[in-house]
Structure formats: structure tokens, C-alpha cells
Design a protein around this ligand. Structure first.
Ligand SMILES: [Zn+2]
Length: 132
């Protein structure tokens, strides 16, 4: 369940394309149920940004407050990234005919256009998934 259009439909959220100068890949406005996605992203980057915002932040019921402590914000970003990796890792594993015993995490990050600093978190996510 990580097709962009299905996700937006499931959560009842409208996507608008923002200028390429937006300082983040995606920005969700809860009251309006609108997500602004930075112009110029490719389909994969756009999907990742939407999964991070919608499944990661909205799905985990994060409330972003301007007076929030930086550590709290960092914690929420980590949780949203981990949720995004979970969704993408499940999709990745589905491509195998049976449960793989090993996953090339660097390849997973590359084909999903994910940041290299997510490597350790992705390893941990696959460890959990492959254990199940
Ligand atoms: Zn975030």
C-alpha cells in the first residue's frame, strides 16, 4: 500500500505541487488536509516524501508545535523515517518469491532514492522484518 494516489485517497488528502524553492520535500497542512510536495521531485522521491509525511507523521498522530523542544522534533522525524522505511521495506521484500535471508540494504536505499544516513535504521528494520 505505498502507491502515492492510494495513500492520498486512503487518508483523504489532496496533493498540491509547491515551488521548487520549498525548503523541505513535503509539507502537510493538517487543517486543510493538503500536502504540498516540492516541484521537481521525481516519482520515487515524491512517493517517499508523501509516505514520510502521511504514514510517518499523520499515521503516528504527530502534532508539530512551534514551541516544541528540538529533541521532541528530532524524535518525531526519526519515527516518521522509521515508519517510511517499514512501508518501503515491506514492498521491497514482496518482490522476492520467498522470504529472503539477506537484503542488500545499500541497494534498497539506492533504488528508493533514500538518504545514506538512513542505512543503520534500514538495517534494523530489515532485521526485524526478516525475523518474523
Ligand atoms: Zn518529517
Amino acid at each position: 500500500m505505498s502507491e502515492t494516489s492510494e495513500l492520498l485517497k486512503k487518508y483523504g488528502i489532496t496533493m498540491l505541487i509547491a515551488p521548487t524553492t520549498l525548503d523541505t520535500n513535503a509539507w502537510y497542512v493538517p487543517g486543510a488536509k493538503v500536502i504540498f510536495v516540492k516541484g521537481g521531485l521525481n516519482d520515487i522521491e515524491r512517493r517517499d516524501a508523501i509516505i514520510h509525511e502521511i504514514v510517518g507523521h499523520v499515521g503516528n498522530e504527530h502534532r508539530i508545535s512551534p514551541i516544541e523542544a528540538p529533541t521532541s522534533r528530532i524524535h518525531k522525524e526519526g519515527e516518521a523515517d522509521r515508519t517510511m522505511l517499514h512501508v518501503l521495506a515491506i514492498d521491497y521484500i514482496k518482490e522476492f518469491t520467498s522470504m529472503p535471508s539477506f537484503v542488500d540494504v545499500a541497494n534498497f536505499l539506492r533504488i528508493n532514492h533514500l538518504r545514506n544516513d538512513l542505512y543503520d535504521m534500514a538495517c534494523s528494520e530489515f532485521d526485524d522484518l526478516l525475523k518474523e
